[in-house]
Design a protein around this ligand. Structure first.
Ligand code: FES
Length: 82
């Protein structure tokens, strides 16, 4: 099966394989990071299993969604906090 879905990350479209996590899609974009720490350090997905919360992004207007626990679907809007 070669199903693909189209998402928008920070206003830029990206096509990814179905069942790709949001965190993986952000990494596939090639511009690292999902957010910044309170001291301004760049952060990115670390554990990939819902523990570290470093993958938090805004998905369809909902803030602090765990990107590693969320699957991409067609038309999904993802905003990083870089
Ligand atoms: S990568 Fe650790 S919670 Fe998502």
């Amino acid at each position: 099966m070669d199903e693909r879905v189209r998402v928008v990350i920070d206003g830029e479209p990206l096509t990814v394989p179905a069942f790709t996590t949001v965190a993986a899609a952000v990494a596939m974009r090639g511009v690292g990071g999902t957010r910044r720490s309170v001291t301004g350090e760049p952060r990115a997905a670390l554990c990939g299993m819902g523990v570290c919360h470093e993958c938090r992004v805004t998905v369809d207007g909902r803030a602090h969604v765990l990107g590693c626990q969320t699957l991409c679907r067609d038309g999904l809007s993802i905003e990083t906090m870089r």
